[in-house]
Design a protein around this ligand. Sequence first.
Ligand code: ADP
Ligand code: ZN
Length: 665
Amino acid sequence: MTTTATRPGPRGSATPQAVLEEVFGYPSFRGDQQAIIDHVVAGGDALVLMPTGGGKSLCYQIPALVRGGVGVVISPLIALMKDQVDALEAVGVRAAFLNSTQGPDERREVERALAAGEVDLLYMAPERVTVPSTGELLDRLRVSLFAIDEAHCVSQWGHDFRPDYLALSMLHERWPSVPRIALTATATAATAAEITQRLQLEQARTFVSSFDRPNIQYRIEPKNQPVQQLLQLIRTEHPGDAGIVYCLSRASVEKTAAALVEHGIPALPYHAGLHARTRADHQSRFLREEGVVMVATIAFGMGIDKPDVRFVAHLDLPKSVEGYYQETGRAGRDGLPSTAWLAYGLQDVVQQRQMIDRSEGNAAYKRRMGQLLDAMLALCETVECRRVQLLAYFGQQSQPCGNCDTCLAPPESFDGTVPAQKLLSTIVRLERERRQRYGAGQLIDILLGKRTPRVEQLGHADLATFGIGTELSEQEWRGVVRQLLAQGLLAVHGDGYGTLVITAGSAEVLSGRREVRLRREVARPTRASKRSAPSDLPATASPLFERLRSWRAATARELGAPAYIVFGDATLRGIALTEPRTLDELGQISGVGAKKLDQFGEAVLAIVRGEEAPTGAGSAPARAAVSAAPTFHESPAAGFPVDDIPVDDVPPDDEYFPPPPDDRY
Ligand code: ADP
Ligand code: ZN
């Protein structure tokens, strides 16, 4: 029934379990993988909602191998297709892609291999699937399934919207008997419904995994000196680790990357303003070199499969919980301990509200953006477990996790009614008595009784509330303003200057009808100062782990492939802990499949014995990994009517609006 039996290579049998063990080297399925795979193998359609790192790829890769023929994978990012194909070839799966980075000869060779039945998985972008010549090509082949990766790109509300995804509903009209599996890490019910409707997946079975990522530690702290705070995080908890730092503007990406480099941390910038070649180069270095920190706007990250990203840091407030969860989800796909850290401040709130006010959308759009932001702020200011709140946002219930900042150091809350009244009445007095509005900086100066030149010039020392707030520090006052904004008890005026105005809720606070609970600013916990990946390795296993790591780095360099394509950290950990003496023992370790055993087995055993090991492929052919680093062409290849999105068409990222005149938020 399948081509796997006749094909040369490690597969002897073709049940999903056998493919899992022999090809991928994993002993057992995770979560819903087995149920999803069985359903698709039997020809059913599926919608899979699974968090990043949950193991979505196997859900279509294994059915494609078991069903025989070619599985067509629709993936939005052509710049990543080569790595996806390399990773498959490294485990002995015959994979290929068709996209605009290829010349006509290369493309003809892929078409020949397809016709000869030599390809198990074929990757292409949505634009290509829907053109007539591709249809004719696929008509000549036995297609085992269509996998629609990053299916949330069909959602118009989402920030990854790709119009070409809309046309994918044609797949089941043209090939009604071919099963379709759509996959995404975006979890809200609204997105799932939109995917179902737009891709006409009404008959599909929906599989919703737990969205928990237990190995990620979530932490959110007030932003004071963001670069210093970031340096502290990297130095104490993640020295030498790969990580992603998200910033809102291109300018702050550049500045932050430069600051990290100045402090000896290998950091690279990535944003839509950089040349396509530079972006491709930085992405490739991030994937191939160890310990690179990518400083990026949200234009970076979708589809990045790097499993050993140990931290994701946000230096600005994300616009929604969905975005935050997607971005932080890029940490720790390998299941090892990782950190999601966000620094957020008053200015973020002011700026985001202004961005919404000034955006071009209609009132409904602005209201919706405002609601998304409110949910994000509520997450930042919660005194409850962050994870409980995150999962609840995606409709999933859970218990306090013990691995987030609020669980590790429960924040104190206090009755903030009086400070809130002091602040609000200052705003009211300025409005009523003087027809003036100000931002937080001036208001806090008044409350603290600071006789600044501006206070003197404006005569604010005469206000009844001048100097009545000395019980709190300036920083604490900023926390009060931030939290009142988050609770809707204060608002940013739409004048574009970030001035603060009262709301309906403020009136209740002023009249004493409403109590205000505030969260006290506390010093946040940090993890022990150690490398996180092997930190839970016993001391005796660490030297071996480090030797395996350096062998892996040298091998990957020689092969021109990312290190994780050789072996993931979790697999190296397994080797360091069990010290296998024979190929059989090595083959038992999770992540060591037949091809890698053949290719790297002797070298790994030599390292375990304490010998110098040869790098590279050893005896077996290493065709997959040997292929050169990706090439990137700007222009679509000739002779193809419509083409993939060129690599430089990164979604635009938002720029900051200029800071308001009162720049002391
Ligand atoms: P996703 O696409 O959902 O983000 P991936 O498919 O990239 O996740 O899988 C994440 C990591 O987990 C990969 O390193 C993958 O090899 C590994 N993985 C997936 N399924 C299993 C399994 N059943 N056992 C062990 N590791 C697995
Ligand atoms: Zn928690």
